[in-house]
Design a binder for this molecule. Structure first.
Ligand SMILES: C[S@@+](CC[C@H](N)C(=O)[O-])C[C@H]1O[C@@H](n2cnc3c(N)ncnc32)[C@H](O)[C@@H]1O
Length: 315
């Protein structure tokens, strides 16, 4: 329920944004980013403000409908007052539930799926066999465009030592293994013998099975057993969501300078954006997203690919 947006047409978005942040800063927590975006947090919730070429974009979020209405009211009332001479009107969209958000409109998602270097027959067959063998769990598999992205990132880093947390039936594993430099190794972590066994024949057919060191154990144990040195060139995290913060930490401390850590599902189906979702996974992912953005050891970018992908590069 508790997310809403408004676009307020005005020729002076930056001016009103600054005025709001400064005025409300006396009774709320506010901040202004170097690129001119603002965040206002009152007890009821938060409003993000972004200047656009023709106005001010507002996104309000709160834990319930009543609190959301309060955030909307505080921001709109002040804005209308500051821009009295313009006669501004603030029209909020109907509240939406974060769990219903589509990070990418389906029509765009379909277009992306049909405009990347296509998956080959081996990947296509692995995807088909996964659907047959694992029923509903098959949606855990990365999409073909995300798989292509993983191969490309692995190649771009010239990776010789990669780590994957969350193998499932080995689609992303195959994509990463294919991008490795000659003689490279992928340390692939999962807890399921059953699921990972489905992938092995496909790794063999693709000629990369000898590059994949599959470890069946809780990933944290496998990661902590690695040398505490910058040995990792690229890592992909796609396992139990509550474990992400610990996986990220164990990986970043071992990333070589210029190495990448790629995190999947950083939107958690949109629930991360909606403060009403306060389950352990949402809290862990929301916290981690903030931590990565502020982590001075890396430079990071979040992409709206599928369910959200963060790429962080070790400085
Ligand atoms: C989302 S799936 C991975 C999908 C995979 N990347 C792909 O593209 O097919 C998550 C995987 O994480 C594994 N997993 C869950 N908890 C784990 C843990 N503590 N350690 C290692 N793997 C774990 C599950 O067994 C499951 O195979």
């Amino acid at each position: 329920m508790p997310l809403s947006t408004a676009h307020v047409p005005t020729p002076r978005p930056a001016r009103y944004l600054k005025q709001l942040v400064s005025h409300l800063g006396h009774k709320a927590t506010t901040s202004l980013t170097p690129d001119g975006r603002g965040v206002i947090t009152i007890a009821a919730g938060t409003c993000h403000l972004t200047p656009t070429p023709d106005g001010l974009a507002l996104t309000a979020a709160a834990v319930d409908g009543e609190s959301l209405a309060r955030v909307e009211d505080v921001v709109a009332r002040h804005l209308v007052r500051f821009a009295a001479q313009e006669g501004l009107a603030v029209e909020w969209t109907a509240p939406v539930d974060g769990g219903e958000l589509e990070p990418t409109p389906p029509v765009v998602g379909e277009y992306l799926l049909s405009h990347h270097t296509p998956a080959d027959d081996i990947l296509g067959e692995l995807a088909a066999v996964t659907r047959e063998a694992t029923a509903g769990a098959a949606r855990m598999q990365v999409s073909s465009d995300e798989g292509a992205l993983l191969t490309m990132l692995t190649r771009l880093t010239g990776a010789r030592f990669a780590v994957e947390v969350g193998v499932f039936t080995g689609y992303s594993t195959l994509c990463i293994a294919r991008g490795l430099a000659d003689g490279g190794t992928l340390l692939a972590c999962d807890v399921s013998e059953e699921w990972t066994a489905i992938g092995r024949p496909y790794w063999e057919r693709a000629g990369v099975a000898d590059r994949i060191d599959l470890r069946i154990a809780p990933a944290l144990e496998t990661l902590r057993a690695l040398d505490d040195e910058p040995v990792i060139d690229i890592a992909f995290i796609d396992a139990d969501k509550g474990g992400y913060p610990a996986y990220y930490e164990e990986i970043v401390r071992r990333l070589r300078s210029g190495g990448l850590v790629v995190l999947d599902n950083v939107f958690l189906g949109g629930r991360v954006l909606d403060p009403a979702y306060r389950g352990a996974d949402e809290l862990a992912m929301r916290g981690l997203n903030g931590l990565v953005a502020a982590d001075e050891r890396v430079e990071a970018v979040m992409l709206p690919v599928r369910d959200g992908v963060t790429i962080a590069r070790r400085r």
